[in-house]
Structures are given as structure tokens and as C-alpha cells.
Design a protein around this ligand. Structure first.
Ligand SMILES: [Zn+2]
Length: 144
């Protein structure tokens, strides 16, 4: 299982709906609690609460609640964007690969012999391409 699938499964199994942070309160043990709410089928539900007791982490519970809420709410869109980017990278790699395989065009000498010329650096036949040639860089950018 990829890390993306693990994240997709985790967010799919979590309480649905957009999560939001409710008002904080202090419980009997001195924990400052921040409930995180969601609305499921019209019902307000609290899938979790962030609770921290210690004064030296004051502000940490708000930051943790904000992070958990944001991570839950953004994960589906971020995974969808990641999938779109992966598909776009695959499409562009195929295009670059096709381009890199077609780096020359043919020209005929006056005597009828043919020779090939690189579109990028004008290297002819078996000459070395210029190291900065677009086609050299394109081939180097492709996975080996
Ligand atoms: Zn070239």
C-alpha cells in the first residue's frame, strides 16, 4: 500500500463532512479541550477533541486542532491534485520521450546521400550533440 493509499483510506474511514473547531473549555482535570465538530446527515457530531493540560504548551492545543481539522478537510482535494499531477507527469514524460526519440530530420546531399541533422544543436549524423542540446537534456530528464 502506498502512503497515498494509506492516507486515502484513513480519511475515507474518518468522520465525513467538513470539520470545524468548537469553543474551548477546561475540564475538571484542568485540560483545555477543543472539540472538533462535523455535520453528518444534518447532525452535529464531535469526532474528536484536542486536550492538553500543561501551561508550557499553551497555544499548542489550538495549533493541533487547527492542523487536524485542516488536514482532514484538505486531504481529499490534495490527493486528487496529486493524482492529477501524477497523470500530467506521465503524459509529459511520454511526450518528452517521443520528442527525444525524434531529434533529427533528414537532408539530402547534392549527390543523393542522406544525412540527419539534430533539431536542437544541428549535430549531423553520428556527431556528438552539444551538451546543452534540448534533446540531450530531454533524454537526461527521463527516468532511466
Ligand atoms: Zn542535438
Amino acid at each position: 500500500m502506498t502512503k497515498y493509499q494509506a492516507l486515502r483510506d484513513a480519511v475515507g474511514q474518518a468522520t465525513p463532512g467538513e470539520w470545524s473547531i468548537g469553543p474551548s473549555y477546561t475540564d475538571d482535570d484542568g485540560y483545555i479541550e477543543l472539540p472538533i465538530y462535523s455535520v453528518v446527515d444534518g447532525q452535529k457530531t464531535a469526532p474528536m477533541a484536542i486536550a492538553l493540560q500543561f501551561p508550557y504548551v499553551r497555544g499548542m492545543q489550538e495549533a493541533n486542532a487547527a492542523f487536524v481539522t485542516l488536514a482532514h478537510n484538505l486531504t481529499p482535494d490534495l490527493l486528487a491534485e496529486r493524482d492529477e499531477h501524477a497523470a500530467e507527469i506521465a503524459r509529459l514524460r511520454a511526450l518528452v520521450s517521443e520528442m527525444a526519440d525524434n531529434d533529427t530530420y533528414e537532408i539530402e546531399y547534392d549527390d543523393g546521400r542522406m544525412y540527419s541533422v539534430c533539431h536542437g544543436c544541428s549535430a549531423q549524423d553520428d556527431d556528438e550533440h552539444n551538451p546543452n542540446c534540448l534533446y540531450v537534456r530531454a533524454r537526461a530528464a527521463l527516468p532511466q
